[in-house]
Design a protein around this ligand. Structure first.
Ligand SMILES: Nc1ncnc2c1ncn2[C@@H]1O[C@H](COP(=O)(O)OP(=O)(O)OP(=O)(O)O)[C@@H](O)[C@H]1O
Length: 361
């Protein structure tokens, strides 16, 4: 069967809407899905240009159809509506196709880097597993894939035909975008490229049956993050922030991004909320903790919990044995278990994603 990468390689010979940049790098690929031998591709364009860009659409369809293993290809031009429709919102079919076997997919995101998003993702994933769920984690952090380090994983995933077998640690399945790129090779990721790589990690991996797949998103709210939030069939998103005002401004942007694409925000986690001294156990509110709780209240999203800044959390995370599994009875593990419990309850209650409004021209 043909892969997303094969399709993108073939599309490299077709110029995108500006007539200069190859389609995969043009930023215009809005969606790609492959079902058996059928390829569905959508290209985002300015609706005014629908007629002029028909030859581009036809050329893209032709090159994909020519690929070995492709029985049929359907390429469509799409455009997000420029002016909001006055009609009341109606539930729509989800734009992104669900992944068979996976019940819920959640994103863990942060408005900026370095706030402890990956540490939080891994501990939440492990906490969900210890609450009895079958869990997977997908590290989509293009700027610094850290899952292998956090879970103490070594080696590459084995392939099973055209599928990749996820690695396993502490009972959860794990795959990282780090496996798809050469670390030595600098590369500029565009939103659609991230999406193509993530689609591959979502769909070409033998995840099996999962109650929840946790996606560790790239930090920030740019093009790559927006494309991901829009195209992965997310049941919800968790936003991680530190308590400083600046981080909270970024967290607010993150929440706005998910609101824009109608992904429900399951809540905010305040990481490095307060400092717990490893010697005397005393607590210091270094960054004037509590900002994220206030922000969550202001924005009307749930506040999931405060994770202290503590040596043990860092040491355990950085040595590949996160606190939730290495010190399950510690107060730090309890914080993550409590957060995971709230997430699990919300997902079980079935807060459904409402898909963004898309117009097919
Ligand atoms: N609550 C915490 N207490 C102590 N150290 C922490 C805590 N959370 C994260 N850290 C440490 O902070 C560093 C950055 O964390 P992490 O890699 O999870 O951040 P990130 O937001 O995913 O970063 P990036 O966006 O750059 O990938 C790591 O060394 C991690 O161990």
């Amino acid at each position: 069967m043909v892969s997303d990468q094969d399709v993108l390689n073939a599309l490299g010979t077709v110029l995108g809407p500006d007539g200069k940049t190859p389609l995969p790098q043009s930023g215009a690929i809005a969606g790609l899905s492959i079902k058996d031998d059928k390829v569905y591709l959508s290209i985002a364009i300015d609706p005014q240009q629908a007629g002029a860009l028909e030859p581009m659409r036809a050329a893209a369809e032709a090159v994909v159809k020519k690929l070995k293993g492709v029985g049929n290809a359907l390429v469509s031009l799409t455009a997000e509506k420029q002016t909001p429709p006055p009609a009341p919102p109606k539930p729509q079919a989800p734009r992104s196709i669900a992944i068979p076997g996976i019940t819920h997919i959640i994103a863990v995101s942060s408005g900026k880097g370095g706030v402890g998003k990956s540490t939080t993702s891994v501990n939440i994933a492990l906490a969900l597993a210890s609450l009895g769920w079958k869990v997977g984690i997908l590290d989509a952090d293009i700027y610094g894939p850290s899952l292998p380090r956090l879970l103490g994983l070594k080696g590459q995933p084995e392939s099973e035909g055209r599928f990749m077998k996820p690695l396993e640690a502490f009972g959860i399945k794990a795959i990282s975008i780090g496996f798809m790129v050469d670390e030595e090779e600098p590369m500029v990721w565009r939103g659609p490229m991230v999406m193509a790589a993530v689609q591959q990690l979502l769909r070409d991996v033998t995840w099996g049956e999962l109650d929840c797949l946790v996606v560790d998103m790239p930090p920030g709210t740019g093009d790559a993050q927006l494309t991901l939030a829009q195209n992965v069939p997310l049941a919800g998103a968790v936003v991680v922030s530190t308590p400083q005002d600046l981080a909270l401004i970024d967290a607010r942007r993150g929440i706005a991004m998910f609101n824009k694409v109608d992904v429900p925000v399951l809540g905010i986690v305040e990481n490095m909320s307060y400092f717990l001294c490893p010697h005397c156990g005393g607590r210091s509110d270094i960054f004037a903790h509590g900002g994220a709780r206030a922000e969550a209240e202001r924005l009307g999203v749930p506040f999931l919990g405060e994770v202290p800044l503590h040596m043990t959390i860092r040491e355990r995370a950085d040595s590949g044995k996160p606190v939730v599994v290495s010190e399950p009875d510690s107060p730090y593990a309890k914080v993550y278990l409590d957060i995971a419990g709230q997430i699990k309850a919300m997902l079980e209650k079935g807060r459904q994603r409402v898909a963004p409004k898309i117009v097919i021209e």
